[in-house]
Design a protein around this ligand. Structure first.
Ligand SMILES: [Zn+2]
Length: 253
């Protein structure tokens, strides 16, 4: 447990983001196993000889020693545990991985301890390094992230009436929270169609049994539909989240 009076403490964390501060320093946003998302200043990290230079790059998994300053916390030491080299060998994996980090940052509130989310992030980055389909790994991450945050889309039953007959699900609506049966899609004027294969694949990807998915192959149709479905759903859900935060800020003023 972290004690708020402790001035220095250690966390194991992945660097989600890193930006320059002045000429010598960096601000890093970390997702830690012990304390969720947090940011800290790494003094001197922009200087090539700094011991903090390598460990404060995005994607790095490291053990960080942090000290609480008056306004910001400071990285005093970092020991790299994993750099995800396999992921760095492929430009497309770097791009998909960068999206994973950005989404993790955008979707999670600061200072909220969630070890399952930390494990999800680390296992996703490892899987990304090993896979030949980084988009599939990203889709699985998105769905599991939504599950963990309590925003899971309905995939095996109608989001409105709850019917589970799989061949009756014909559409997907981010607005209504997931799959729709023919009657509810028609009633709501929802025209977009979705295939059973896409809904089944999304349901499989959102489950926690990662090993069974290693050999999963997406057809072009499923890939395209999944891309559209996740894009719509994340836009809808994250917007809800940001609005909720604005509302909270107003209430707390
Ligand atoms: Zn229905």
């Amino acid at each position: 447990m972290l004690d708020s009076r402790t001035r220095t403490y250690n966390v194991t964390a992945v660097v989600l983001r890193s930006r320059p501060l002045g000429e010598k320093d960096r601000v890093v946003v970390l997702f830690s196993r012990e304390a969720g998302k947090l940011d800290a200043v790494a003094k001197g990290a922009r200087q090539p000889k700094s011991k903090l230079a390598a460990g404060t790059q995005p994607f790095t998994l490291a053990r960080f020693a942090l000290a609480r300053g008056r306004t910001l916390q400071v990285v005093t030491q970092c020991v790299i545990e994993e750099s995800f080299y396999a992921l760095h060998e492929d430009l497309s994996k770097i791009a998909w991985g960068a999206y994973v980090l950005e989404l993790m940052d955008a979707a999670t509130p600061p200072h909220q301890h969630d070890e399952a989310l930390f494990d999800l992030l680390v296992s996703t980055l490892r899987w990304m390094g090993a896979t030949d389909d980084p988009e599939l790994v990203t889709r699985a991450f998105e769905l599991r992230l939504l599950n963990a945050l309590g925003y899971a889309p309905a995939l095996t039953e109608c989001a409105v009436c709850g019917r589970t007959v799989s061949d009756s699900l014909v559409a997907f609506s981010a607005r209504w929270g997931g799959a729709l049966c023919a009657a509810d899609a028609a009633q709501r004027g929802h025209r977009g169609k979705i295939s059973q294969g896409t809904l089944r694949t999304a349901a499989a990807l959102s489950g926690s049994k990662g090993d069974a998915l290693q050999r999963l192959r997406l057809t072009p149709q499923v890939r395209t539909e999944l891309r559209g479905l996740m894009n719509d759903f994340l836009t809808q859900r994250l917007e809800v989240r940001l609005k909720a935060r604005e509302f909270l800020v107003k209430v707390m003023e």
